[in-house]
Write a protein that binds this ligand. Structure first.
Ligand code: NAD
Length: 392
């Protein structure tokens, strides 16, 4: 029996299992820190409280075929020379013939002073729930404290995650104002972005629409405003201080720290893999998703890290693993984006679809599109039952 071990049950890991299942003489093992899978692209909705964790998670064991071994454990180290995986709280390391590393992302704080201590990162379901609790506690507490900082919210960075989170936030704020009897005129939602432009990959007209939509609903984005320090009551950018008691940290992501801990050559915990998605000199080790940096043969640069691309990589890994087992040559990974969608709350968004983003959409139709994409992913990974539960 050939032992194939998959690390991580995010988009990439789950798709790899699905594509590899049923191969003769192959035994699959999946290792994941939690017993559930979460939709990383919907974490911001849980953080703002427009969605419940139940709606963006499903039980992994239930979604897997019975002959796949599933272990809930935390991976601490990968040794590619010994072909072993060390798991926390388990004395015996796990061995493999082939390894698929898909351990996902962590929040990136760039070592900025105070970020780790005082800002709230958005990384997983637990941190999303922590953001929601903090936000609601501060707003609810205002009646007692009369501290205007309790009504100020700062979102750090204006990448995809921040803009989607701001969209949910401006959608929910009116109901929070009503629920906690808050003075609407004192609420401040501020987003600070280091770069001169927001969402540079999008057409400028779509970006202008998004920024205007958020401004019309009370969220102000300051560009060219790099954060250099976070304090318990705000953030500093140069000589300017922005005050708030809720500081949400969404300035980008890096790969899992297990990558650095395992001694891989890496940058921000991403390993530059061969075009076949394997580790140099280790064709038995595949690295995909947010822990990988995959060269795009067309541009010579690395592909961006997205859920869509992780799924495509997992499908390709299954092909290349099969090729190795059959004694055939592996093929390089290539990818054509289906388009990019950025939601602005539950009912509005912007999107670029089709060849080189030629179809540009904005407004209500985009949110329907995003919902359809999410539902399709959930259905494919976990079955129709789960999709119906998520729709309800
Ligand atoms: P990102 O890197 O895309 O954006 C982070 C932003 O924070 C950048 O604009 C950066 O300039 C800014 N920033 C960094 N340091 C800063 C500082 N000190 N002060 C102020 N601003 C600072 O990260 P993300 O939004 O977390 O997204 C991570 C990945 O996930 C990306 O590849 C993204 O494309 C993908 N993603 C995609 C979607 C979608 O397709 N709808 C949604 C969420 C995330």
């Amino acid at each position: 029996m050939t032992e194939v071990v998959v690390l991580g049950a995010g988009y990439a890991g789950l798709r790899a299992i699905r594509e590899l299942h049923g191969m003769p003489n192959v035994h699959l093992t999946l290792i994941n820190r939690d017993p559930y899978h979460y939709e990383a692209t919907a974490l911001h909705t849980v953080a703002i409280g427009t969605n419940e964790p139940d709606h963006i998670t499903f039980d992994i064991k239930q979604a897997l075929p019975e002959d796949v071994t599933f272990t809930v454990a935390t991976v601490t180290k990968i040794d590619v020379e010994a072909k072993t995986i060390t798991l926390a709280d388990q004395s015996q390391p796990l061995t493999y013939d082939y390894l698929i590393t898909a351990l996902g992302f962590e929040s990136e704080d760039f070592g900025i002073k105070g970020a780790d201590e005082y800002a709230l990162p958005l990384e997983n379901v637990k941190t999303a729930e922590a953001i929601r609790r903090h936000l609601e506690d501060r707003l609810a507490g205002y009646q007692e404290t009369q501290d205007e900082n309790d009504l100020h919210i700062i979102v750090c960075g204006a990448g995809f995650t921040s803009v989607e989170l701001l969209g949910e936030l401006v959608h929910r704020i009116p109901s929070l104002i009503e629920e906690y009897h808050l003075p609407a005129e004192l609420i401040q939602i501020t987003c600070l972005e280091a770069a001169p432009k927001v969402l540079p990959m999008f057409d400028q007209k779509l970006v202008d629409y998004a920024v205007q939509y958020l401004a019309d609903h009370g969220a102000v984005i300051h560009t060219s405003t790099p954060i250099d320090e976070v304090t318990p009551t705000g953030v500093k950018s140069g000589d300017t201080t922005f005050n708030a008691n809720t500081i949400i940290w969404t300035t980008g992501v890096r790969g899992s720290h297990v990558i650095a801990d395992s001694g891989f050559q890496q940058k921000r915990n991403r390993v530059a893999v061969d075009p076949t998605l394997t580790l140099k000199d280790h064709p038995e080790v595949f690295i995909i998703g947010d822990v990988s940096a995959v060269p795009d043969p067309a541009s010579g640069r690395f592909y961006p890290t997205t859920g869509q691309i992780s799924i495509a990589q997992a499908t390709h890994v299954a092909k290349n693993l099969r090729a190795q087992l059959d004694g055939n040559a592996m093929t390089p990974f290539t990818y054509k984006s289906l388009g990019t969608v950025c939601s602005l709350g539950p009912s509005v968004g912007i999107a670029e679809l089709g060849d080189r983003g030629s179809m540009k959409l904005r407004g209500r139709k985009v949110s329907l599109l995003k919902k359809m994409v999410n539902d399709r992913t959930i259905m494919e990974e976990s079955g129709v039952g789960n999709m119906l539960r998520h729709l309800s």
